[in-house]
Ligand binder design. Structure first.
Ligand code: TRP
Length: 338
């Protein structure tokens, strides 16, 4: 897979994010920041995948607010509804329709081989079919818009490879409709949580909300694990293995980095102070984002309008694809000659 090649001019880009509420640092570094950059050069579809969230058993009481809060985060970081199609998956019914049709060309064995499925199902006594079929819905998300590039993190590469195979099999059986979507691998790599040993995620409580105010950012960052070999304050540290230093590289003024690394190596600045600098950098970085989020939260009707308008544009595109898909699969029975 040529994930290293940059997307060609005006690719059609699709990506999705599960609505776990307000975005956190991992969402931002691993996805949103790149999405914002893609929208200048490409035709982008950014989707809040609420139906995928159902496979994780989210409560019906919590889901609407999570969708809304993620939409606010999308817009606050700079996803622009004038440039991109920003919408909620369940507003476009064709996602589930196409997912069903793609079942026809997807071997169960391929689904059972997915590492995410193996991990998640292992912990369950009764496995919902939706967990197994999750990657088919994901393939449908992408193929419905005939997207050719998909920005994802490493953990989604396997799902994307399956989406490519599904496209390939479907095309060879029913005719060329779908481009084979290629990944754009997140430049940030795997963003480790503050605990230093798992991917950043809200459910693991090892991250920071991008909209957190200064005191909350400081409180959270203070818990971050640093170089485990550095026990006492004046022990020399190793920035290259320290997750706090990695985060500095994302948020702190690059001109200050050599000093931060040098003081760490020399043991002349303790981790507590180093984390305080990081917390300040993060707070400052997101100041304009918090400002926009405050405005959006004050005008919820505007946020809803944006999602409605996005869904309308998405539906038009989806209808076009599904016309071709239904015909190719023989579902237009009215065309039968008497
Ligand atoms: N499975 C993705 C994740 O958990 C979310 C997702 C759903 C997605 N549909 C997608 C990502 C389509 C890219 C393209 O991160």
């Amino acid at each position: 897979m040529a994930e290293a090649t940059p997307p060609t001019p005006r690719s059609r880009i699709f990506s999705g994010m599960q609505p776990s509420g307000e975005a956190h640092l991992g969402n931002y570094l691993g996805a949103l920041r790149q999405w914002v950059q893609h929208q200048e050069e490409h035709d982008c579809f950014f989707c809040i995948v609420d139906q995928h969230a159902l496979t994780g058993g989210v409560s019906p009481d919590a889901l609407p607010a999570r969708v809304f809060d993620l939409a606010v985060s999308f817009l606050a970081v700079g996803l622009d509804p004038e440039e991109s199609v920003i919408f909620v998956q369940s507003d476009v019914q064709e996602h589930t329709e196409l997912a069903w049709l793609l079942n026809a060309v997807t071997p169960v064995g391929d689904l059972e081989r997915m590492t995410q499925y193996k991990d998640k199902s292992q912990r369950l006594e009764s496995i919902p079919a939706g967990l197994l079929n999750y990657p088919i819905l994901q393939a449908a998300d992408i193929l419905l818009y005939r997207a050719d590039r998909v920005p994802v993190g490493e953990d989604q590469l396997q799902h994307l490879e399956l989406a490519r195979e599904i496209a390939r099999r479907w095309n060879s059986r029913f005719g060329e409709v779908f481009p084979e979507p290629r990944p754009i691998l997140s430049r940030a790599g795997r963003i480790m949580g503050l605990d230093g040993d798992a991917k950043m995620s809200k459910s693991l409580d090892n991250t920071v909300r991008i909209l957190a105010e200064s005191d909350e950012v400081h409180r959270r960052v203070r818990t971050a694990v640093t170089d485990p070999q550095r026990v006492r304050r004046d022990d020399p540290g190793r920035p290259e293995v320290c997750n706090v230093y990695t985060l500095h590289k994302h948020f702190t003024d690059p001109e200050r980095l050599p000093d931060i690394a040098a003081q760490c190596r020399a043991g002349t600045r303790g981790c507590v102070d180093c984390k305080a600098i990081l917390a300040d950098s993060i707070t400052e970085h997101f100041e304009p984002v918090r400002e926009r989020a405050r405005e959006l939260a004050a005008t919820p009707g505007r946020v809803r309008e944006i999602l409605e308008a996005g869904a309308e544009r998405a539906r038009a595109e989806a209808a076009e694809t599904m016309g071709r898909v239904r015909e190719a699969m023989g579902l237009d029975w009215r065309s039968a000659s008497p």
